[in-house]
Design a protein around this ligand. Structure first.
Ligand code: MLT
Length: 336
């Protein structure tokens, strides 16, 4: 991909190249000596933003420089990730990608400007985020089976909130629709933070969202949780049935959020960021904040850059046929 700021030394004399390398090495030894921009490809207040702010706060402490979250939303997260991927690979721009931007999106955007498997330096997995099917509190259904019947009966009179094509909310509801054989009218937001506000206000009817966004609103009774799409219940929402318990055993899906930097990050800068993520995820206060929101914190092996690279490669391969089939089913539903 086009990388306008890549650290090429082609065309320099050997001496100039040596000086450039020496000063580069020196600059990296002092990394970081100024603020770091942490790009979140969705609106503030949503799950990706919340995880980035919790982890980023610990990064600021351990790296000794401010880590500033920048929300660059649009196109299901691919706008912000494109911007971050084409930034200078110097450690001063990092990003929070997720199952959508780095797993599902290639199946849905044929002209995507980045390749999740090739254009990044993986730093590490930050959090696993189970998916829940949620509705506004007065939708007249009491469980997932009634919801499926309601959706079949009412189709596009029912509205579904999501964060854009390729986002976690969009892809996981696409799967739900394919399994139910019905879909609502899709309402697109710049993230599920603002989508949730409208769900609480009763302006949209349902959505599929990451647990991190939902726990306080479910606990307060402001929205209804019909099922969690994992094989076991979440300890923070013990009353919410699994999709299997709720009668849809095949609806099992979860998401993840992970830290990436642009491709070509120097090894010592990578090591500092990997160390910072490790420290954040081992910190009792940071862990508690993530766990209270229902996140699943990866163990040391699961959060390593190599494990993240493997995860991205397997997710891109896995989602491609699943989403193409689910989208075809959705299109067939629309034609009925
Ligand atoms: C967000 O932070 O808004 C989400 O991660 C959106 C999504 O992918 O559904």
């Amino acid at each position: 991909m086009n990388r306008p700021f890549s650290n090429t030394i082609l065309g320099l004399t050997a001496a100039a190249a040596a000086i450039a390398l020496a000063s580069g090495a020196q600059a990296q030894a002092t990394y970081p000596d100024r603020q770091i921009s942490f790009i979140v490809p969705f609106a503030a207040g949503g799950p990706t933003d919340v995880i980035a702010r919790i982890v980023g706060e610990h990064f600021s402490r351990s790296l000794g420089q401010p880590v500033i979250v920048e929300n660059v939303a649009g196109a299901g997260g691919t706008t912000g990730i494109t911007r971050a991927a084409t930034s200078r690979p110097d450690g001063y721009t990092i990003m929070m990608g997720h199952m959508g931007t780095h797993g599902a999106a290639p199946a849905l955007y044929p002209n995507m400007k980045y390749d999740p498997t090739k254009d990044f330096t993986p730093i590490g997995l930050a959090a696993g985020t189970p998916i829940l099917v949620v509705t506004k509190k007065d939708l007249p259904v009491k469980d997932l089976k009634e919801f499926a019947a309601y959706l079949k009966a009412n189709g596009t009179k029912v509205s579904e909130a999501n964060a854009g094509v390729g986002s976690v909310s969009h892809t996981t509801c696409t799967l739900l629709h394919a399994q139910i054989g019905a879909k609502g009218a899709r309402v697109v937001y710049r993230g599920t933070g603002p989508a949730l506000n409208d769900l609480v206000a009763g302006q949209v009817d349902y959505g599929c969202d990451q647990i991190v966004n939902l726990v306080p609103q479910i606990q307060a009774g402001n929205i209804k949780a019909l099922a969690i799409a994992t094989t076991e219940r979440s300890p923070v929402l013990p009353n919410v049935p699994t999709s299997k318990e709720a009668g849809m055993p095949d609806y099992v899906v979860s998401a993840w959020n992970a830290v990436f930097a642009p491709k070509g990050l120097p090894a010592d800068v990578t090591a500092k960021l990997v160390g910072a993520l490790d420290k954040a995820l081992d910190d009792a206060g940071t862990r508690k904040r993530l766990l209270d929101l229902g996140s699943v914190i990866p163990d040391k092996a699961g959060r390593s850059p190599a494990a993240l690279q493997k995860l991205v490669e397997s997710e891109v391969a896995r989602w491609n046929p699943i989403l193409k089939a689910a989208m075809a089913t959705e299109q067939a539903i629309e034609k009925k």
